[in-house]
Design a protein around this ligand. Structure first.
Ligand code: NAD
Length: 516
């Protein structure tokens, strides 16, 4: 046991005696253990959060923003603890850990900068101009349950928590069982930044018991994880008539057009496929290349892939770290094995690397992959990608869209207009031109999320803040009840109404014609 990792364990809301060990992927050895929450603990956490939320909602938005700014500053100050913790519990490279940490800054900055506009009262077109007023106000939903995954345990917890807090909600977070320590450190810093007690709490334990009870008790659930879990969560949220956002899996395509800068595309594809050893929901797992440049691209891409270094130490030296655990390693290996059995060629990689760490696996490029193989159809969530030639733009689009998922895609072209034209035909929540995913993810003012089996709802942008609110329309009549006057015969009123409606339509048509 390592005392450093047990420092913040008492922050878990837990009255029981059960604990759960946390394993370091780099060694396969225990890092420490964390108390488990019971279903009753979850209920108690939500009740406390609900009481505190009512007061927090009355705190001016500016003051809530100041707490978030202070929190962002503290995260930077404690960056070394965060990097050490992240690396220890996820096995990721220090470089990837740093990227994750810095992303929390963007999340906080976006919430503080854009929150006031997203949450401000909005005058809307009233029922009758001059006679009435309509205003929309955005009220916090109450207590938000955030259920987060292990692959980016800090920034994916915060990208959902920070806008919820800013909008006046309380948050109860259930981190993944494998990666609770970063979340506990975040809780300590939110408190240090001045967040009132009870507004951000952590419950720990398995998905069904702890996550399940959370969904039963909160007013909104924000989930990031696998598609099958997302389905179960949506059903439960539906039964409780609460809203939810679901950020789920993907099998993301990357298209290289014949006018692309091949070297640039090959380098970009290597980061798009292998960042965080492919354990990134936005990672590309299927590459389609126009046939005239296919061989040259594959050569360049293999070279770029072979340049990537594996390592699990605390230096910034290695590009890629470890997979999270044995289950993930087995899944990656079985996808590669079944592709091989159905005729795929391993251009590079295709091997575990126990000499680096017990769950390390080489970045792997496959060609000649059968379109119905698991690698082509399912999410591997590891360092494995297939590369396939296509005969036209149209085929590239068709193949890219041939998936039940729709999270992220990437298009590479020397002609930005052409790239954008193709991007608009790919059915994904984000499509990046000449970049794998960073250009979309880092555009925090633009919404981000999945189509199809990749999810429901959007984070980032005003959408990512407003999802944590209920809109309320306040409509005011300046002239008392808006009713048909009793004094006039109904016949006259109907004739008048019909005449005015037709006149208004004609007038609007004329204005449109003159304007165009
Ligand atoms: P998972 O769905 O098994 O677990 C994610 C979280 O949900 C964990 O905290 C877990 O404890 C909890 N959980 C599990 N079952 C639950 C239940 N029945 N009720 C409530 N909570 C429950 O996730 P995983 O498969 O280990 O994570 C990887 C997946 O997450 C991949 O598919 C990946 O693409 C996806 N992901 C998506 C995004 C995105 O933004 N779209 C980001 C990261 C990861």
């Amino acid at each position: 046991m390592c005392p450093q990792f047990d420092d913040h364990s008492q922050r878990v809301v837990s009255t029981g005696t059960e604990t759960r060990a946390v394993i370091a992927p780099a060694t396969g050895e225990p890092l420490g253990s964390v108390p488990e929450s019971t279903a009753q603990d979850v209920t108690a956490a939500v009740e406390t959060a609900r009481k505190r939320q009512a007061q927090w909602a009355e705190v001016p938005l500016e003051t809530r923003g100041a707490v978030i700014e202070q929190f962002a500053e503290l995260v930077l100050t404690h960056r070394k603890s965060f990097l050490d913790t992240l690396q220890a519990e996820t096995g990721k490279s220090r470089q990837t850990a740093l990227e994750e940490l810095l992303d929390i800054q963007s999340t906080c900055e976006h919430a503080v900068d854009r929150g006031p506009a997203a949450l401000a009262d909005e005058p809307r077109k009233p029922a009758f101009s001059l006679l009435s007023i309509a205003t929309v106000t955005y009220e916090p939903v109450g207590v938000v349950g955030v259920i987060s995954p292990w692959n980016y345990p800090l920034n994916l917890a915060m990208v959902d928590t920070i806008p919820a807090l800013l909008a006046g909600n309380a948050v109860v977070l259930k981190p993944d069982e494998k990666t609770p320590y970063g979340a506990l450190l975040l809780a300590a810093l939110l408190e240090q930044a001045g967040l009132p007690d009870g507004l951000f709490q952590i419950v720990a334990g398995d998905g069904e018991t702890v996550g399940g009870r959370l969904i039963e008790t909160v007013d909104y659930v924000s989930f990031t994880g696998g598609t099958e879990t997302g389905r179960a969560i949506a059903e439960q949220a539906g039964r409780n008539l609460i809203d939810c956002s679901l950020e789920l899996g993907g099998n993301n395509p990357l298209v290289v057009l014949d006018d692309a800068d091949i070297q640039q595309a090959a380098g970009g594809a290597a980061s798009a496929c292998f960042s965080n050893v492919g354990q990134l929901c936005l990672s590309a797992e299927r590459i389609y290349v126009e046939r005239s440049i296919y061989d040259t691209f594959v050569r360049a891409f293999v070279e770029e892939t072979e340049r990537l270094t594996l390592g699990t130490d605390q230096s910034f030296g290695a590009d890629l770290g470890s997979l999270i655990n044995e289950t993930q390693l087995q899944k990656v290996q079985s996808h590669v094995d079944s592709a091989r059995e159905s005729g795929a060629t391993v251009q590079t990689g295709g091997r575990p690397r126990p000499d680096v760490g017990p769950y390390c696996y080489e970045p792997t490029v496959l060609t000649d992959v059968a379109p119905d193989s698991r690698v082509a159809c399912e999410e591997t969530f590891g360092p494995v990608v297939s590369v396939t030639p296509v005969d036209s733009e149209a085929e590239a689009i068709e193949r890219a869209n041939d998936s039940p998922y729709g999270l992220n895609a990437s298009v590479w072209s020397g002609d930005l207009e052409r790239g954008e034209h193709i991007a608009r035909q790919i059915n994904c929540g984000t499509v990046c031109v000449n970049d794998g995913f960073t250009v979309a993810w880092s555009a925090t003012d633009a919404p981000m999320g999945g189509m199809g089996e990749s999810g429901i709802g959007r984070r980032h942008g005003p959408e990512g803040i407003r999802r944590y609110t209920e809109s309320r329309t306040v409509a005011v009549s300046r002239v008392g009840p808006l009713e048909f006057p009793d004094q006039l015969p109904t016949e006259w009123l109907v004739t008048g109404f019909v005449g005015i409606s037709r006149l208004r339509r004609r007038l609007k048509r004329t204005i449109r014609t003159v304007r165009d």
